[in-house]
Design a protein around this ligand. Sequence first.
Ligand SMILES: NC(=O)c1ccc[n+]([C@@H]2O[C@H](COP(=O)([O-])OP(=O)(O)OC[C@H]3O[C@@H](n4cnc5c(N)ncnc54)[C@H](O)[C@@H]3O)[C@@H](O)[C@H]2O)c1
Length: 317
Amino acid sequence: MTPGEHYRRNRYRFRPVIAPPAGWRVAVRGIGRGETAPDDLSSVGTRPAGGWGAPGGDRVAVAEREPLGPGSLSLADRLVVVTGAARGIGAATAALCARLGARLALCDRDPLGGAPEGAITAVLDVRDDDAARAFAARLGRVDVLVNNAGGTFPADFAALSPRAEAALIAENFTQVTAMTRLLLPRMPQGASIVNVTSIEAHQAAPGFAIYAAMKAALENLTRTLALELAPRGVRVNAVAPDAIPTEGEESVREAMLAASPAYDPARVPPLGRLGVPEDAAAAIAYLASDLSRFVTGTTIHVDGGAHAAGGWRRVRT
Ligand SMILES: NC(=O)c1ccc[n+]([C@@H]2O[C@H](COP(=O)([O-])OP(=O)(O)OC[C@H]3O[C@@H](n4cnc5c(N)ncnc54)[C@H](O)[C@@H]3O)[C@@H](O)[C@H]2O)c1
């Protein structure tokens, strides 16, 4: 049987045109979720001049072109884990994923009273390793992990105690690496990880030095993990929000302004309005779904253009 016949017979949605070097396995996503293409993909094609194959190799798989539709955004039969899901962006993400058909596993240090029906819930601090392990043990296969929990408070770098700094590092970075490591063994080929970072990862943030540095670390981790996990068919991306008033964002902003800072961040982004948590949830759902099946190691800025604006401030409509 030729490789082409093999793929047609097995109804793979993805067709290898160039096979991997010896010892490599090509991750084939699509109908055969969790399946792996056979090693022997020889005589299926040749590498184009100049090459676009895997590093050091000359064989890769490409997707067959198929029409996309509303079903491409479906999360039916997928388990989506959202940390920090009691309110704000996490709650909006849980609600949207439920509407897209996902089963949910949600955690937060606050009660998850508004969780969609049927969701697995846990009240825990994501920095608590034992609690996170117990939460993970309740889950089966995990298709999507949204590392959303995070937060900060304003404080000058010089005034920050070592204890406060450690708390900020755990809150915005270490808990993400811990949760990701815990859940990775449960993630099949085709799974997706979305890390919620911040515009502060991409610019100076006076009064929020450690928070911003940890979100920047998360951005870099996102890119490295995208490469490390690509051979397993697991995608890793980030969503960097700004200007989305939530309970957390508002309280931090109020505390910052009360401390009369030397700098006042621009409030209204180029699009001329503030965002809502659903705006960030939409980007997260896209990255969770098959619509983004060729997207990994990147960041979507959900900020009304604030990141693009840099030092520019809109002064008229
Ligand atoms: N809203 C924005 O404009 C904005 C801007 C930049 C970054 N972010 C990021 O988006 C994410 C969500 O923020 P939000 O605006 O929805 O804030 P929010 O404070 O309204 O919601 C955060 C949720 O996470 C939970 N949480 C926080 N730390 C936790 C912990 N250690 N253990 C368990 N639960 C915890 C909180 O209880 C809360 O329910 C955060 O990572 C935040 O840094 C938001």
